[in-house]
Design a protein around this ligand. Sequence first.
Ligand code: FAD
Length: 286
Amino acid sequence: MTYIRDLLAAGPTVSFEFFPPKTDEAERQLEKAIRELEPLNPSFVSVTYGAGGSTRERTRDIVLGIEAETPLTAMAHLTCMGHTRTEVVSLLEEYQQGDVQNILALAGDPPADGAAPTGDFTYALELVELVREVGSFSVGVAAHPEGHPRSPDSATDRRHLAIKLTAADFGVTQFFFRADDHLRMVDELATLGCNTPVIPGIMPVTNLRQIKRFAELSGAAFPPELAARFEALGDDASAVRALGVEVATELCQQLLDEGVPGLHFYTLNRSTATREIATNLGLASS
Ligand code: FAD
């Protein structure tokens, strides 16, 4: 039994996030990334769940495969919006039978076409409660250092987040670029009486246009001073990558110095940047 709540107690943890590939070539890329990251001995790896359950079977198969065929501990992302209670329970039972002990319980997003969400759930907290009912899982939830884009204001965001984190075992954040945004969120949660560990999410910049688009979608600010440093490099892709690794290393070091419980890397199914950052931080032997 490997529960992330126990790994965090002995932390800091190092974890990697993957997404389910859509093509055979992308699948080979994911297998390569997992193989190359495995020697870093991550505390756990996680696999995302497509909006509205669009990758339900693929996410499940990858998570079960990681648990069964590798020495790695897997965490399954699971969103509840647009799902019935019965659907969620049956997936959780499959995870339980496959020895998957860690679930990241998420609300997910309403349909992109503006239609009203269907299903039995509205908020992630309802899923946390159901996961606890179904089995003995370690349950994580999402946190947004700069506030969730659907939150009307920061105080409301923190209030709902504190309640959700108190019901869970740990949080994992959306990516961000300023350590202060994370540290401020942790302080605000402590003021509300919530001291659940929250693992910062790190997205190394390897492609400026892509990262700006992700930041826009997730509500994370891409600081103008950072954008200027990248823009000064023009089209030099390898210089952009090198600066991305340098900037992410600095951010991780600052966060570790502040005593964060772990680091969670958004790998985008590639291993190189994450391996370089881990090596710079002395977290990797290779
Ligand atoms: P919630 O915690 O439910 O919050 C959503 C909004 O509702 C917030 O504004 C919150 O303040 C508000 N709220 C909460 N409770 C209440 C209440 N009782 N009354 C009124 N308002 C309330 N998406 C995917 O589709 N697949 C993934 O695999 C995935 N992985 C993710 C991993 C991480 C680490 C993170 C940070 C996000 C991930 N997401 C994923 C995105 C996530 O699904 C979206 O951000 C989604 O819009 C909200 O999910 P949540 O779990 O934060 O929702």
